[in-house]
Design a protein around this ligand. Structure first.
Ligand SMILES: [Zn+2]
Length: 147
């Protein structure tokens, strides 16, 4: 599997339910045009999607605007155009889950002083999405918005 080295900001996570501290990650503020993908099952970091110059993402934006309107939150649908990694689906803007109790009721704080890390993350592919017809893609997006 191809990988990308991605620079991320290190965050401190804290579980509201059991008070466990853990490490979490986010894209640095300057990462315009990239989205951090997380695994749906546990909210952990999965990969980084390059959106600029990515025709798959542009088509997705077009479909989202068509089926859900220009003001729809595109993060809801981004995961569906990405192939699962190790069989696990991904999404954007998910809460990380507490490694101790599994709760998604967590707070995240910037590290003080701020801290960066380089993660080796799998390259995002879109093969399953590209195999679908335009109609199939529109249906998949519609399901994301319950439309
Ligand atoms: Zn917990």
């Amino acid at each position: 599997m191809e990988t990308d080295n991605v620079t991320v900001a290190v965050l401190r996570g804290e579980c509201v339910d059991c008070s466990r501290d853990f490490v979490s990650y986010a894209l640095p503020d300057l990462s315009y045009g990239y989205k951090l993908l997380q695994f749906v099952n546990d909210g952990s970091v999965a990969a980084v999607l390059r959106c600029l110059d990515n025709p798959v993402v542009y088509e997705l934006l077009d479909i989202v605007a068509k089926v859900a309107g220009n003001k729809a939150d595109v993060n809801v649908a981004v995961g569906i155009c990405c192939d699962p990694i190790n069989g696990k689906s991904m999404g954007v803007g998910l809460s990380p889950k507490c490694p101790a109790c599994g709760s998604s009721n967590v707070d995240e704080f910037d590290s003080q002083p701020s801290q960066m890390a380089v993660l080796e993350l799998p390259h995002v592919t879109h093969e399953l999405w590209e195999r679908q017809s335009r109609e199939g893609r529109e249906q998949a997006v519609r399901r994301c918005y319950g439309a």
